[in-house]
Ligand binder design. Sequence first.
Ligand code: SF4
Length: 362
Amino acid sequence: MHKGINIQNISDYKINLLDLNRKEIELFLASLGAKKFVTEQLMKWIYNYNCSNFDLMSNLKKDMRKKISEKSYVFASDFTEEKVSYDGTIKWITSIDKQKIETIYIPEKKRATLCVSSQIGCSLKCTFCATGQQGFNRNLKVSEIISQIWQANKKLKEKNNNIITNIVFMGMGEPLLNLNNVISAIKIILDKNGFGLSKRRITLSTSGIVPALDKLSKKIDVSLAISLHAPNDFIRNSIMPINKKYNIQSFLNSVSQYLKGSHANRGGVTVEYVMLSGINDSNKNAEELANILKKIPSKINLIPWNFFKNANFVCSSNNRINIFANILRKKGFNTTIRKNRGQDINAACGQLTGEIINRIKN
Ligand code: SF4
């Protein structure tokens, strides 16, 4: 059970049911004397019908509804702002404790991806990332992660838009630094009475918190994306300070271990590599990258760097990116170049910047 929710001790306060995964809802309902099937009924109302009003949950007995409402509630923080890009990408902003987090919806022909945030800001300070430059406030609660999906589903249903087919933990924050809450949220996303997505359709992106990745492999199987962005420790140390703590070798060893026990990653891990002119984009860098990944089944996704204010980088030219990609392809790597989506509304990769008021120094 994640921190802060103690089912044994629910008499003093009300629980937000969006903080609980199936097991925890079962425990909560058992404490009210409900049968096991009530969990399924309740979750269907909350997640399939986006219903937060117990009075409308007509197939639950009235006295049970009353008991549930005395001890709990369903609250999903609403989006406070919405920006729609010319390419259909939508950026939603949620205000939490006067701070802002962002959630991005990216519709494509055959899929629609929701990119969710797991923290308010980020403590890892990657130099090419707008979120990393703005500081860190706190981890999001399970309900705050789940609210983003719940509200997005509701809005998309209202707009008769595509439903969400994929969820990626690539928004603000490093998900493995909020491990327990992220795992609990993933359980709700996977649950057939939750959002009901398969593990191959949930992607967790990490910049390499090795002990947490080792822990994750024992807890849950999802698609993994790794923010590598450099072919050697020298470059990675200079753009991703976390590398000084967990270097490339230790990161890749941990990734290999994760892949061994994973069904969700049968096609290999996704390697994210931002293209920074003159920093990590030479032919030699492509050779080095191929070399360090040769023992790891992987798909490489090259990401043209997106500008943000006061940044000291330049994106590699299209020509350079294509040459880099072709070197990797010749070495046998499935290599794609990411299309920039939502650039006009600052919703593209690395551009997310909610407002952080109370930064935590680290
Ligand atoms: S790239 Fe990811 S881990 Fe690095 S600062 Fe940005 S949000 Fe944090």
